[in-house]
Design a protein. Structure first.
Length: 369
């Protein structure tokens, strides 16, 4: 086996810790060559497309890449900003804000960075950089709240494959999901309430999650169940009845059956039924991207209005909302437990704070009994 080149081990080197926020990825530019490179890497992942490799190779290289790259480039061009891809911009900002918040809570012996599963900065590239910087403990935080073999597991694959060629492997922790974590749910709740405070309430709130083939559910993937749990918890936090919200699945690809109900047809039917206003949010995406800004805020909006709907509102993703950065801090701190990321003074202060919280909870519990 050929090992990756790595810095020599120095006895007595101080240990350090890093958090890597990993998102799906994005092309480097909204043009056909960039899309071709990005789609080839993305759609070549056997976690994403489970069609036999030989058959899929001909479909991907003979049909999809030659014909879809230009169409996809035009879609990306419609959402591209002066700073670049929205997904990359938001992910970079999230990582920076997370680092600031964690440092403010005493985690001074910790660095936070970000990587992409597909595209740049690539996950192997970032892991190599951390290795060169002497990181001996790495926490991987996927940008996917709900676990799926098509997303989270693919990140895990990339991490393990990278370190299969590394001699001196750091201590690793990988966050599997946080679909029901309170900080995440409360951040979603706050984003909805903020939107309603400015724009009023809709006739129906639609929670659109990214779709996956139905066979993944039948084969044991928990994604479908975790999406519905997120939706139930969010609806409960908002005080919504079952008739006031819907769960749908978007971004269907190919001819196979995917998780239903599908987002676009559902919105068209709501328009035909005379539903005047819908608000649509995408809880499974923590950063706005092509699937939210173009597919939902443009295409699905058009479908709803054409079908007879009168008012369509897209509620942006969490992005860098303070409530979400705070939620990320909670998630990360839970998984950093036991790793020395604080100075001695900060660690003592945090221990005192946790002790005070425990006392207050015990008092509250006693009062409720």
């Amino acid at each position: 086996m050929a090992f990756r080149k790595e810095p020599p081990y120095t006895h007595g080197s101080p240990a350090s810790t890093a958090v890597v926020l990993v998102n799906l990825g994005t092309p480097d530019a909204p043009d056909a060559p960039s899309l071709r490179r990005y789609l080839r890497q993305f759609l070549s992942d056997p976690r994403v497309v489970e069609i036999p490799r030989v058959v899929w190779w001909f479909i991907l290289n003979g049909i999809i890449l030659p014909f879809r790259s230009s169409k996809s480039a035009a879609k990306y061009a419609s959402i591209w900003t002066e700073e670049g891809s929205p997904l990359r911009v938001h992910t970079q900002r999230q990582a920076a804000a997370l680092g600031v918040q964690l440092a403010g809570r005493g985690h001074h012996q910790l660095q936070v960075t970000y990587a992409m599963r597909y595209g740049t900065p690539s996950l192997p590239q970032v892991l190599d950089q951390l290795k060169e910087q002497g990181c001996t403990r790495i926490l991987v935080l996927p940008a996917y709240p709900q676990y799926s073999g098509t997303t989270t597991a693919s990140i895990f694959d990339a991490v393990f494959e990278h370190y299969r060629q590394v001699r001196n492997i750091p201590e690793l922790r990988l966050i599997r999901n946080y679909h029901d974590q309170d900080g995440y749910i409360q951040a979603l709740r706050q984003s909805v309430l903020d939107h309603w405070e400015l724009n009023g309430r809709p006739d129906k709130l639609v929670m659109s999650f990214h779709g996956v083939p139905k066979r993944t559910l039948l084969l044991g993937d928990p994604y479908h169940c975790e999406c519905y749990k997120t939706a139930r918890l969010l609806a409960h936090s908002l005080g919504l009845s079952e008739g006031e919200y819907l769960v749908t699945f978007q971004s269907r690809f190919g001819k196979a059956e995917w998780l239903q109900p599908y987002t676009a047809p559902t919105l068209q039917e709501l328009g035909r039924q005379g539903v005047r206003r819908v608000d649509v949010m995408c809880p499974g995406f923590t950063s706005d991207c092509l699937e939210t800004l173009e597919e939902i805020a443009m295409e699905v909006k058009h479908d709803f209005l054409q079908a007879g709907g009168k008012e369509f509102h897209f509620i942006p993703c969490l992005n860098e909302a303070p409530a979400w950065i705070g939620g990320m801090v909670e998630i990360v701190e839970q998984h950093l437990a036991g790793w020395p990321t604080m100075s001695d003074v900060a660690a003592r202060d945090e221990a005192a704070r946790q002790a005070l919280i425990s006392v207050e909870r015990a008092k509250a519990l006693g009062a409720s009994q």
